[in-house]
Write a protein that binds this ligand. Structure first.
Ligand SMILES: Cc1cc2nc3c(=O)[nH]c(=O)nc-3n(C[C@H](O)[C@H](O)[C@H](O)COP(=O)(O)OP(=O)(O)OC[C@H]3O[C@@H](n4cnc5c(N)ncnc54)[C@H](O)[C@@H]3O)c2cc1C
Length: 416
């Protein structure tokens, strides 16, 4: 078998396209395979924040105490389909075990180590593709409407401080001075210093793909069904009946990564946190920055397509139909935030790839070190995509992977 490429990548989201560009920067010949257009998956519909402060996992002790209501509510920011929970009880159990405070602190430390390097992973790519115009340097805000909510977030906010997140506590009038259009009750805010957001994540990935092509990279419009490997390389078998030989194969298909046979994913408990958005085309000028409303579990972000309300978590099957109440929930919260909003608004459902310990999988497969896993970025894949691309190419080129985070290999699921 002769390798046509050094690296073949499955999935042209932010993670896969960043990997493709980093591979080129390191002098590797790369091919990327995806039946869908670049950046059109979960990346497209995100809340657009470069959330370098988001080291607090969704796992928290409060999930355990509020579990009964989560199983039966459609009106809370986090909902769990109880039939799904029963069917995937091992995943749920592992998720709940990771809600213990000791685990939350340990996960937060690993996420913090990754997030501190996130800008260093993305910025060289932004410069390469000349995408500075898509980035807005404006500190993101979190807002709490109640004392109870703010006090309940104290441990999480302490964790951020310990991880070096620079943030400033604001009172209600400080928040309203920054964002006068907000109408919901405000108790406290946090301003995350030095953060920024992306005006159009899909455009960012499209520009990456164009630059990749200019530099000789190959994009194949087909998904990967399976991969085989030997000592010198890999063969990816594509849905269109063709195959691609490469020295390394990278699984970067987000929430769909387990659909690729032969990649050693049988024991990796990749789950999905479904999330929704509604984007009001007319109202982008209501905000100057993303505002996360903690009690509502959403962000309002003034992105290129309008004012986007994105968030909520639904633990349910990847293939289940959209839950209509979720869109209605976002619209109701949007009205509470800004009063009535007129004009067109789209509704979207997307799939966050999530492991029960909220950490991504970035590293060689246990079946072969020629297959590299790069998925599971849950709520922060847009933020960590660039860095993941750099880490994957560190591995492929035999450099030490930086940052050297210990808990993100797939072998963590093979122990015991
Ligand atoms: C509502 C919501 C808001 C969010 N907000 C933010 C935010 O503000 N900041 C942040 O950092 N993150 C955010 N996220 C998370 C972020 O969007 C994801 O973590 C990230 O987009 C995942 O990127 P990806 O490249 O892994 O996956 P995707 O963008 O889903 O890309 C995966 C690609 O793989 C392709 N594919 C699937 N199967 C195959 C196959 N067999 N072969 C080849 N290709 C395949 C798909 O077509 C797709 O193009 C949010 C997510 C949601 C749902």
């Amino acid at each position: 078998m002769t390798n046509q490429y050094d690296v073949a990548i499955a999935g042209a989201g932010i993670v896969g396209m960043s990997t493709a560009l980093w591979a080129q920067r390191r002098g590797l010949k790369a091919v990327i395979c995806d039946a869908n257009s670049p950046g059109s998956g979960t990346t497209f519909g995100s809340a657009c924040t470069m959330a370098t402060y988001a080291c607090v996992p969704i796992n928290s002790p409060s999930v355990i105490t509020s579990l009964p209501s989560l199983l039966f509510s459609k009106q809370s920011p986090l909902t769990i389909n109880y039939l799904y929970a029963l069917k995937h009880w091992r995943w749920m159990l592992s998720f709940l075990l990771n809600c213990r405070q000791s685990r939350v602190d340990a996960i937060g430390a690993e996420l913090g180590a990754l997030l501190r390097q996130a800008d260093a992973g993305l910025d060289p790519l932004i410069e390469d593709i000349k995408a500075e115009d898509l980035m807005v340097e404006e500190d993101c805000l979190y807002v709490w409407s109640t004392k109870k909510g703010f006090d309940g977030a104290a441990k999480g906010n302490d964790l951020r401080r310990r991880q070096g997140v620079e943030m400033e506590e604001l009172n209600a009038s400080d928040v309203r001075a920054l964002e006068p259009a907000l109408q919901m009750p405000i108790y406290r805010g946090l301003r995350f210093r030095g953060t920024r957001f992306i005006l159009h994540p899909q455009k960012l990935v499209e520009r990456m793909q164009r630059r990749f092509a200019e530099l000789g990279g190959v994009t194949l419009l087909s998904s990967v069904n399976s991969v085989t490997f030997n000592d010198v390389g890999t063969t990816a078998n594509l849905a269109d009946g063709t195959s691609v030989n490469a020295g390394h194969f990278v699984v970067a298909a987000g929430a769909h990564s387990k659909s690729i046979d032969g990649a050693g994913l049988e024991k990796v408990p990749l789950g999905v946190e479904r999330g929704y958005h509604v984007t009001y085309a007319n109202h982008r000028n209501k905000l100057s920055r993303p505002v996360g409303w903690a009690e509502a579990g959403l962000y309002a972000t003034p992105m290129e397509l309008g004012l986007r309300f994105a968030g909520t978590v639904e633990l349910d099957d990847l293939n289940a139909p959209p839950t209509l109440e979720r869109g209605a929930y976002l619209r109701r919260r949007a009205t509470e935030m800004f009063g009535s909003l007129d004009g067109d608004a789209d509704d979207w459902l997307g799939y966050r790839p999530t492991l029960p310990d909220a950490l991504p999988v970035i590293g060689p497969s246990t079946v072969s070190d020629r297959i590299i896993h790069a998925f599971g970025h849950q709520h922060i894949g847009l933020t960590l995509g660039g860095l993941t691309g750099r880490m994957v190419t560190d591995i492929v080129t035999g450099k030490e992977r930086t940052p050297n985070v210990s808990g993100i290999g797939s072998q963590r699921f093979h122990q015991g």
